[in-house]
Design a protein around this ligand. Sequence first.
Ligand code: ADP
Ligand code: ZN
Length: 751
Amino acid sequence: MPKLAQVAVNDATIHFDKLYSYRIPDALEGRVWSGSMVLVPFGRGNKPRMAVVLEITEAESLDPKLKSLLDAAPEEARLTPDLLEIVRFLKDRSFCTWYEAVKAVIPYGAQYRPGQKDGKPVLQSRLTRTSERVYTLVGTLPEKPKPGPRQQAAVQALQDGPLTQRELEAQGIARPTLDTLCQKGVLAVSEQDKMVDLFDRIPFDPRPLDLSPEQQTAYEALLPDLDDANPHAALLYGVTGSGKTAVFLKLIQRTLELGRKALVLVPEISLTPQMIRRLKAMFGSRLAVQHSALNNTERLLQWRMIQRGNADIVVGTRSAVFAPLRDIGLIIMDEEQEHTYQSESAPRFSAHDVAKKRAVMENALLVFASATPRTETYHAAQSGRMKLLTLRQRYGGRPLPTVDFIDMRAELTAGNPREVSVRMARELAQNLERGEQSILLLNRRGYRTVGMCTSCGFVLKCPNCSVPMVYHKPQRALLCHHCGHTASPPTVCPQCGGKIAYSGFGTQRVEEELQTLLPGARILRMDQDSTTQKNSHERMLAQFAAGEYDILLGTQMVAKGLDFEKVTLVGVLGIDSLLFGQGFRAYETVFSLVTQVIGRGGRAELPGRALIQTVVPEHPVLRLAAAQDYEAFYREEITFRRYGLYPPFCGFCVAGFVGAQEGAVLQAAQRFGAILAQLAAAHPQMPLRLLGPAPMNILMLNGKYRYKLTIKCRNDAAFRVLLRQALAGYDQEKWPSRASVVLDFNSDGDM
Ligand code: ADP
Ligand code: ZN
């Protein structure tokens, strides 16, 4: 019977994302499977478009009008059945299109695009093949004619095994010599993928790891879940410095002994080098990495290494949850509370959910780890839906840092124009004298954060986004942190001609203050602006660890997970604005950030102390963070969530509406709300609350207006069906200028 490929195409909209049938032409017979990337003629003009095959079906007879596939990518680019299942999962849960899910799951370099060959549309690889020549010794060097010294050197070099052309050239052996030896049948040459050992400088140094009694208890409690063939989830909750990593390492060791593989997720690129170092030292080189700081070639090669079964451990950030690793026994999600695990563009998924799905598919053990777990995660553990393991003490019985508040109201009254308080400066100076290191957190980059007219109050805002522009000193320019718009900073108000005053402190400004206050100090500023170069995170952190700097000043990227022995002072600056942030997770975010950064201090021999600058030193969230009392914080937070009806007590979905005309966007949001309410009326038993429409916190972004509806629901299959019906209904409305709809199930109330 003739076969048909059912495909989903690229650039579909949510509403038109259906499957289209294509004939498989004879030329592609045996080269198309479900999961294949293909090129199809699409639409009236039959323009070539990328597509993915989701199913192969059989038909009694073929409709003669049916179009044929144009080309198919090689089998290595095919989505494995596992990944195809993940694609289905993403599509179902996050309301993205099929192809958006496909693009999330495979890295850019492994993707294909439409191209031309001999005037015909074909698929082209995104990356040209990244292979190199490898030489192997296959014969003996003939005595006559007497071989030259170069030929002898080449044979000598290859005695211990094959080498690449580049490695041979490094020994002074050039291509012509190698070609001659191949002609003589002494050497054989083959092409292989370039192997990039990204961490060949890290020594393999396996040392036995002895767990503390508390760590051992946690490890032993998890062992049965690792050993049996069922999926399990657990939360490893341990105070900062308790040695959660030591527990992972042991679990990974056991996983490998069982002949299975481990996936380790970290929230930020800045944390990968430290994790890689620990893993590489303990387990050697069968380790692959997936994160966004790799270039496309590196990323592809690492991905292929995993795909071909040459990696036992994969480490990476959010997208590593899609690594084509097979037979996964263990998935670790370190610092699971971090918002970076949630994707903020389509597909809007949470790595938590994908990790859970994979753990179920693979019968793996999934371990969430944190000193400040998400309220939802801790609640799940408390209510018995996952195992809870607790580490109450720091490793080696080290004390948690002592914490003090600096009341910035007093500083302001005393007339200190700086962000760095007098006391903070004094303590930093003390650390400097003692040769100890300090970390300062200020979660705002740039120099001055607001420019405002002193006469009329006009604020310098981005023309495309309703946010103030931030002054950046190196460029001497105003920058929009949302769309990247730049402008030169005016000195007079464009509105009334009054004087513009710049205020608010960013990391650049504080760096300058520190240089004035502590002339001898070596200051390392780490923020998005100072880490644009490849490997800059790794280099900076290594320099700080090596004692080349006294003070590490940075945004949230310095707050978490890092482990430096000589840090004894942690300072928190400018935290108050976060306390008054919107969104139901605002307190959780501040509690976590402050607890985490305080936890960077006093992790080794020397005891640590922390200072928090604030105008609300009595604020309960700050008090609890200072006491590092997560459980007390959780009790407050879960009560708030229960009475305010927020997750985990309901599903929480934000529907965003975006468009060029504000009136139309608002109308679209109202209309969608009305359609949804009408549909819901037919299901009175379905719990549903609809709030809004309301403007988003940032009304205009990239020149587009944004409104939202907040939907509190039970996020189950029935609700998702309803939501799909609402989308379909909304789509049938014929308006001159419609707004696009985006759904987000991981939002804290805004987009
Ligand atoms: P956490 O992630 O829980 O904040 P880490 O895993 O970074 O803590 O551990 C804190 C410090 O204690 C690290 O320097 C780590 O090397 C050390 N440490 C923890 N457990 C052990 C152990 N069992 N043996 C040796 N050192 C340990
Ligand atoms: Zn902007």
